[in-house]
Design a protein. Structure first.
Ligand code: PLP
Length: 402
């Protein structure tokens, strides 16, 4: 029988038509049915250049054949079993991640999302230090679960139950404020959490000197340095962790997004000095067979195709070319994590890029366009975007003049 969602004959008298979806984000009225590399296609066969990657998630490119094959093969063997048995894929993943990230001596805890990774990182920092206070920064975004949202600088998404006196917000890249805070209450600070490049906050790069000061003060006061690498990590910046540009080692790195190229997998890696012991953390889904297969496929492709070097090189090219477009302001970022501001008269640029030029980009309020493409973006894809943005700016300028 054909299902008619407007009727629910098994529940007579029920006035409701059908279950609605919770309104999570504003959506574009586009249904993607196919994806490959840096491109996606809608139901009508219209092609789009994807410089957004579903919010910085697509790291090795859509439907990469090695990734598809590894996940498919794994699914045909065993998709899931919980952490109550040995999962050798987890050991393989830890080994590979240790090598690619340059942190073989850290230990890996696997979970499912960026917020969960940060939640666990901060929880561990508090267990380790026995302290409660966390330092976070203005314009930060660390997720929506209780502690992750409490260290996020956006009161609109903090529910009353998540409000806490334990978080100290300091201005970003302000060494003096950081020093003063530690001088006053360093012995109470469990952790400092910072994105190497703020994503949701508008592509703000943490200065090397600032990250070095965090590292030094954390060591001096016994606090834990948490490097949120959920968006800026996994090679996107042109180094595995964007914090690596400062030549520092954080105590915990959180990661998610690019880790599974779309498969929900996340984790934290924990420095050997931390007292991280059995019972502090746990998870049902984290580190399942399929997630590990996806994460391993991603790291294998990153290595085989030199994607971190490609992110550095193609990102630099793209940024240099964007800087030549006079209408774009404050072009900034590292690797393939790029932002620029658009003036008021071009406020519809992002929308027009999507509907006229068929290019997906990201945004940050109020007027920043964010580029978060696959790390496999080719120079010719970058050129296609540059041509599209120049053309769109030209068209918009001529409309304004008229
Ligand atoms: C820097 C950063 N941390 C944490 C998160 C939260 O990740 P998730 O949405 O997977 O919980 C995000 C998501 O945008 C992020 O950008």
């Amino acid at each position: 029988m054909h299902f008619n969602p407007t009727r629910a004959p098994w529940r007579p008298g029920l006035n409701k038509k059908y279950m609605k979806l919770f309104d999570v984000y504003p959506i574009n009225d586009i249904t993607i049915v196919k994806a490959k590399g840096s491109y996606v296609w809608d139901q009508e066969g219209q092609q789009y250049l994807d410089l957004y990657g579903g919010h910085a998630v697509i790291s090795i490119g859509h439907t990469h054949p090695h990734y598809v094959q590894r996940i498919t093969e794994q699914l045909n063997k065993v998709g899931f079993y919980s952490n109550s048995i040995r999962i050798p894929l987890q050991e393989q993943l830890a080994d590979k991640l240790g090598k690619v990230s340059g942190r073989p001596d850290y230990q890996l805890f696997l979970c499912n999302s960026g917020a969960e990774a940060n939640e666990n990182a901060l929880k561990l920092a508090s267990f380790h230090t026995g302290r409660k206070k966390v330092v976070a920064f203005r314009k930060s975004f660390h997720g929506r679960t209780s502690l992750a949202v409490a260290v996020t600088d956006n009161p609109a998404i903090v529910a009353p139950v998540n409000q806490t006196e334990n978080v100290i917000f300091l201005p970003f890249n302000d060494d003096a404020a950081l020093e003063e805070c530690f001088a006053k209450q360093g012995n109470e600070i469990a952790a400092v959490i910072i994105e190497g490049i703020q994503g949701v906050g508008g592509i703000n790069v943490a200065e090397a000197g600032f990250l070095q000061a965090i590292s030094r003060l954390c060591k001096q006061y016994g606090s834990v340095f948490v490097a949120d690498s959920v968006q800026c990590g996994y090679g996107r910046s042109g180094k595995f962790f964007s914090h690596d540009f400062a030549g520092v080692d954080a105590d915990i790195y959180s990661m998610a997004k690019g880790m599974g190229n779309g498969f929900p997998v996340a984790g934290i890696i924990i420095a050997p000095e931390l007292h991280a012991k059995h019972g502090m953390l746990g998870t049902t889904f984290g580190g399942n067979h399929l997630a590990c297969a996806a994460a391993l496929a991603v790291l294998e492709v990153i290595e085989q195709e030199n994607l971190i070097a490609n992110a550095a090189e193609t990102g630099k090219y793209l940024m240099d070319e964007l800087k030549k477009i006079p209408q774009l302001q404050r072009v900034r970022g590292k690797g393939l994590m790029i932002g620029f501001d658009v003036p008021e008269e071009l406020k519809d640029l992002r929308k027009n890029l999507l509907w006229n030029q068929r290019v997906f980009t990201g945004e940050a309020k109020p007027n920043t366009i964010r580029l978060l493409p696959s790390l496999a973006l080719r120079k010719k894809d970058a050129d296609e975007f540059l041509e599209a943005i120049r053309e769109e700016i030209h068209t918009m300028a001529s409309v304004v003049v008229k």
